[in-house]
Structure formats: structure tokens, C-alpha cells
Design a protein around this ligand. Structure first.
Ligand code: PGA
Length: 271
């Protein structure tokens, strides 16, 4: 299976976490359909990724096979390799089940399960150590946004989780900016305008130093193209709008048709 170090990805990343949804049969059906579609469509310039519940990772891996262009992830993982941690699943275990990427620090984990900056740092380090792509999620609450503190809050979350990494390690990290106020049923979609400043600030710090900066929170078929157009955005992390395979496929097609999906000419880059 492709190790994180060999994953080129992008230039556009478009993935989904199913959160606490889908049993095995549904997971298999979704992943099989996705795999068939990607094999047929090619989707040059777009890196799809899917993040099922722990229980469906191995089945999803079976459906994808070992050389799939679709990356498979876990929604969380413990930093220790093993031990007396009842109810936890380690980075080593999700890797063993077939995951290549680990979502870390999603706002639902921070809000309901005690995830802290300190634990996100341990998880990022463990993911890197085991050759998985850490997908670090950061985002501010509506109160922080109202007080005008969005950028400093998310930069602090990122700095805390990424502290001490070498440039080479940082280059393997993906960051998803997901404002808490924009996520889920109770969230409201962010406008392009209100995302410009946070992405400019994140971009200055992490744009070229990491694998990429994704946006997440109420992404849907209507706003996806505009969100991809924001400076510094190199992908979308999608919840509800991608839980139906047909909608996810449409999002992937939209990304593939986006001007940013065209890889830059290497000779131009060298100039
Ligand atoms: P949503 O979820 O797209 O359903 O708002 C996004 C997320 O939680 O990553």
C-alpha cells in the first residue's frame, strides 16, 4: 500500500468523513462505486479520500485494493502503539486495517471527547511516525469569530499541534480549516468573503510548508466551486454533502474541472 511519504496528492484534495454513519454493507457499496468511478473517470489533479468509521476501514480497504488512487483514512487514532487504553484504537492499528491518513482534532472531538492541543500534537507525531498523513482540523467558535479572533485562534491551534516538527515532517501534514460555526446541521455555510482573511493568514504560515490547506464546513454542490477558488485553498473536506456517493462524485468532477486542478508547469515553477 502506498506510504504517506510517497503520496503526491493534489493539487486539489476532496474528501469526506462519514462521521458515525454507515454499516459495512453500505460502506462497501459506496467505496466500490467510488473506486469504479475513479478508475473510469481518472480525475487528474484531484486526490479523493474517504474516512469511514473504524469498523469499516478494513472492508473499505478490501474494496479499494492496495493500489487505489483513493486514499483511506480514520477519523481519530491514539498515539500509543498499544496498551491499556480501553476503547481506543491506535495509529498503528488503523494503519494495519488499511488507513493511510488520520483525521486529528475535529471540532466534534474537541467539543465532546476532550481533544486538546496537547493530544492533537501527540497524534500528529504518531501519524507521521507510522507513515500516515495527518489531517489536522482547526477552527474557531462563533464567539471567537464575533470577537474578531478567528485567525489568531486557528494559528494557535495549528502551531500547538505542529510544534517541533521538522520542515520535512510539516510537508507531510494536511490542514483543514473548519470553522465550528459552519459545521453540521446547526452550522451556516461560510461566505467566500469571510474565509479570505483566515486563509490568507494560514497561507502565509502554512501554505507552502504543508501538503495543503483544505476548507470544511457545510460544503455543498452550490458553494464548492467558489470555495475552491479562494486563494490558498487546495481542497475541500466534506461531511453531509458527500454521504451520498452520487453527490461526492459530482463534487469530485467539479474539482477536476476547476482551473486549480491543472498541475502547474514545472518549468514555470522553477522560474
Ligand atoms: P459538514 O461537515 O460538511 O456536514 O458541515 C463538515 C465536517 O465536519 O468536516
Amino acid at each position: 500500500m502506498t506510504d504517506a511519504a510517497q503520496i503526491v496528492g493534489g493539487p486539489l484534495w476532496v474528501g469526506t468523513s462519514w462521521k458515525m454513519n454507515k454499516g459495512l454493507a453500505e460502506a462497501r457499496q459506496y467505496v466500490r462505486g467510488l473506486s469504479d468511478h475513479v478508475a473510469m473517470a481518472g480525475l487528474a489533479g484531484v486526490q479523493p479520500f474517504v474516512i469511514p468509521s473504524y469498523t469499516a476501514i478494513a472492508a473499505a480497504r478490501e474494496e479499494l485494493g492496495t493500489d487505489s488512487p483513493v486514499l483511506l483514512g480514520a477519523q481519530n487514532a491514539h498515539w500509543e502503539v498499544g496498551g491499556a487504553w480501553t476503547g481506543e484504537v491506535s495509529v498503528a492499528q488503523v494503519k494495519d486495517a488499511g488507513a493511510q491518513l488520520v483525521e486529528i482534532g475535529h471540532s466534534e472531538r474537541r467539543e465532546h471527547f476532550g481533544e486538546t492541543v496537547a493530544t492533537t500534537r501527540l497524534k500528529v507525531a504518531a501519524a507521521l511516525e507510522h507513515g500516515l498523513v495527518p489531517l489536522l482540523c482547526i477552527g474557531e467558535s462563533v464567539e471567537v469569530k464575533r470577537a474578531g479572533g478567528s485567525s489568531s485562534f486557528i494559528l494557535e491551534q495549528a502551531a500547538g499541534a505542529l510544534e517541533g516538527l521538522t520542515a520535512e515532517q510539516l510537508a507531510r501534514v494536511l490542514i483543514a480549516y473548519e470553522p465550528v460555526w459552519a459545521i453540521g446541521e446547526s452550522g451556516r455555510p461560510a461566505t467566500v468573503e469571510e474565509l479570505q482573511q483566515p486563509f490568507a493568514d494560514l497561507g502565509r504560515e502554512y501554505g507552502s510548508a504543508t501538503r495543503g490547506l483544505l476548507y470544511g464546513g457545510s460544503v455543498n454542490l452550490d458553494n464548492a466551486a467558489d470555495l475552491l477558488g479562494i486563494d490558498q485553498v487546495s481542497g475541500l473536506f466534506v461531511g453531509r454533502a458527500a454521504w451520498q456517493l452520487s453527490e461526492y462524485l459530482t463534487l469530485l468532477e467539479m474539482a477536476a474541472a476547476h482551473p486549480k486542478a491543472v498541475a502547474p508547469d514545472p518549468t514555470e515553477r522553477a522560474r
